[in-house]
Design a protein around this ligand. Structure first.
Ligand SMILES: [Fe+2]
Length: 243
């Protein structure tokens, strides 16, 4: 039987009403039951932050929503601890906003999860990431394998990995639930030492849902125990312990 109890999901859209995740508390609770049912006990909530859109909850709102959901889950006796975070869509002011502490890091650490735009040049994003790394921030690129430019040529991304950039890949990409290019790029990044975290990017209880024990078994077969442990347990644990 797969043991997911030590898995820490660093990318999850579990908060109600802030983005394209659950619409309300009932849907969030249903997602939490999926996590707890699989034995998962710790996750980081990462609602989309897309500057200038309706999906741009302020830091205090995200904190408040996480606190409310944690209290609700405790009342419902659902054993799941949720940390604060954001999936920050890249925009030109990201560097300034992060430097001014206007955006939430992952679990109050110095790690920020940044989502590139799916199409187009990533030159500005990589430049901003370099600037933030130099300023002592830790930057994780969300689901890099889904980004067209990195599918075409991951080398600029991998060059920044050598300077401390970290990469999160979606579990579904290895499980063949996106398209073939995502899967190929996920493997290419992994073989090049450019994957640091595997996470669910869960949005709901059915399609794009928290991982199941069957998913975990499949990932273990594909990646091996050591890699899976590093990407899903050891590296997220190190992240949570970082200040
Ligand atoms: Fe996401």
């Amino acid at each position: 039987m797969a043991d997911l109890s030590q898995f820490i999901d660093i990318h999850s859209h579990i908060l109600p009403g802030l983005d394209d995740g659950p619409k309300n508390l009932a849907e969030s609770t249903a997602m939490a039951r999926c996590y707890a049912g699989a034995g998962i006990r710790t996750i980081i909530a990462t609602p989309h932050y897309i500057n200038g859109t309706a999906w741009a909850a302020q830091a205090h709102k995200v904190r408040e929503t996480v606190n409310e959901l944690n209290r609700h889950l405790a009342r419902e006796q659902i054993d799941l601890q949720i940390h604060t975070g954001m999936e920050i869509a890249y925009h030109p002011k990201v560097t300034e906003y992060i430097s001014k502490n206007l955006l939430l890091s992952l679990a109050g650490t110095t790690y920020y999860l940044i989502e590139p735009s799916f199409q187009g040049s990533q030159e500005h994003l990589l430049h901003s990431a370099r600037t933030l790394l130099q300023a002592g921030k830790k930057i994780i690129i969300a689901h890099a394998e889904r980004i067209d430019a990195f599918q075409r040529d991951p080398r600029p991304l991998l060059q920044l990995v050598e300077r401390g950039l970290e990469i999160q890949v979606n579990m579904d990409s290895f499980l063949d639930k996106f398209d073939e290019r995502c899967q190929q790029t996920a493997w290419q990044l992994l073989r090049a030492g450019g994957v640091h975290y595997l996470a669910s990017d869960a949005h709901a209880t059915k399609h794009r849902c928290p991982p199941t024990p069957a998913d975990w078994d499949a990932l273990e077969n594909l990646l091996g125990v050591e890699t899976l442990t590093n990407l899903c347990i050891n590296n997220p644990r190190r992240l949570l312990a970082a200040s």
